[in-house]
Write a new protein. Structure first.
Length: 197
């Protein structure tokens, strides 16, 4: 199983990247292959001038093609996700998230920003043809008690993160089983056609 994690904060460390770091550690404990990306992997000029031939962008696109799932973390600014993340997502191919399960994570100053994921981020993920976008996790700044050192969260936030990661892995497994079943049915149908002819 391969998962891509994408940190959409222009700052590091940040509260949203702390959520992502926690998710990566939990996945690696399960021997899941994780490739981590953040905005700092891309030259600012490549993002600002929409350089589709950027080597970093091409590598990310190649890794997305073979990934089973994607976890995206972003801060919420001005009732939307980060502009840097939007710029990066705009450069991805139209079907970059095809057949992917996506788990969004977001942080903001207060719970008043929690709907930004539903109204701003999820439509963009849909436009990239994500197979399944999970409900995700929103954390207000007070729930991330430390992000400068080792990420620390309130018990409630940690429980919600663990639950979302569990659902994320279940969704990937379910998709793999469905794909395998479909392929087996196609193989059987093709064999029946060959026998009949």
């Amino acid at each position: 199983m391969r998962v891509i994690t994408l940190a959409g904060s222009p700052r590091f460390p940040s509260r949203s990247s702390a959520l992502l770091e926690y998710a990566r550690k939990q996945l690696r404990k399960l021997d899941i292959e994780v490739y981590h990306w953040h905005l700092q992997n891309f030259a600012p000029e490549d993002l600002l001038y929409a350089r589709f031939d950027s080597p970093a962008l091409q590598t990310l696109t190649e890794q997305l093609a073979t990934a089973d799932g994607v976890i995206i973390a972003t801060p919420v600014y001005k009732a939307s996700f980060s502009g840097g993340l939007k710029t990066l997502l705009d450069l991805l191919p139209e079907r970059a998230l095809d057949n992917k399960v996506v788990l969004p994570l977001a942080t903001g100053g207060s719970i008043a920003h929690m709907l930004a994921v539903d109204y701003a981020l999820k439509p963009v993920l849909n436009a990239l043809k994500a197979q399944e976008i999970l409900h995700g996790v929103f954390a207000d700044d007070g729930q991330v008690t430390d992000y400068q050192h080792k990420p620390q969260f309130t018990p409630d936030l940690k429980q919600r993160l663990d639950g979302s990661l569990h659902l994320f892995l279940q969704a990937i497994q379910r998709r793999k089983i469905n794909v395998t079943g479909l392929l087996n049915r196609q193989v059987a149908a093709n064999a029946a056609i060959q026998i009949a002819s």
